[in-house]
Write a protein that binds this ligand. Structure first.
Ligand code: CMP
Length: 139
């Protein structure tokens, strides 16, 4: 079914000016950008977004990284968008990412891994609601 997912182009990618290259891979995979904005997160923004990871050893570093520079928030729409986006992103750790994926091509390491994508339809709905108002999404 047609669904939506939340995508984030992370600070390591905006710093290298490769947001267009990443969008090209998303669009080539059949995903449509139906909302997009460039923002800089506060510490509170990043902590709220990644609250599910609060107890993880990498949480503080992750928050510091995600607030270190601009990010691009996107809503992607398409057939099985959550799974399709995860496929085109590749594994969280670029060392494990398949050939042709965004993380294989661009990620620097497991933290500076260029993109985030929702991991389920349920989380996609929550993450989209955290990042966008309804009228900012134009399908
Ligand atoms: P993301 O898909 O945004 O979800 C959580 C993020 O934490 C992940 O991508 C990585 O950027 C970061 N991270 C850092 N270290 C780890 C780790 N050991 N395992 C998983 N994620 C990590």
């Amino acid at each position: 079914a047609t669904e939506r997912t939340l995508s984030i182009i992370k600070p390591d990618a905006t710093a290298r000016n490769i947001t267009g290259k990443i969008v090209d891979k998303l669009e080539s995979a059949g995903l449509r950008v139906v909302a997009q904005k460039r923002v800089k997160w506060s510490q509170a923004d990043a902590e709220a977004f990644y609250a599910v990871h609060k107890e993880r050893p990498f949480f503080n570093d992750l928050v510091a990284f995600m607030t270190s520079g601009p990010i691009v928030l996107q809503v992607l729409e398409g057939e099985d968008a959550v799974a399709k986006n995860r496929e085109v992103m590749g594994a969280t750790n670029p060392a494990d990412a398949a050939e042709g994926t965004i993380r294989k091509a661009f990620a620097e390491n497991i933290e500076r891994n260029s993109v985030h994508g929702s991991d389920s339809s349920e989380n996609a709905e929550k993450e989209i609601a955290m990042c966008f108002k309804a009228d900012e999404i134009v399908g």
